[in-house]
Design a binder for this molecule. Structure first.
Ligand code: ZN
Length: 55
């Protein structure tokens, strides 16, 4: 894991037990699910983009 910056300290990646799904939680409250850890981090680090998502 080479991507470690001060930005990641506010981000969380949780593994959902019983599945292969990882849940990324941004400091802004947005959540994203994916099976690929790399995809999770790319999504988290694209913060200004995903912030536009509305439920
Ligand atoms: Zn965000």
């Amino acid at each position: 894991m080479s991507v470690v910056t001060s930005t990641t300290t506010r981000l969380r990646v949780i593994w959902e037990p019983g599945s292969d799904v990882l849940v990324g939680i941004c400091h802004c409250g947005a959540e994203h699910r994916a099976e690929d850890p790399v995809g999770i981090w790319q999504w988290l680090l694209s913060h200004p983009d995903h912030e536009a998502e509305q439920r």
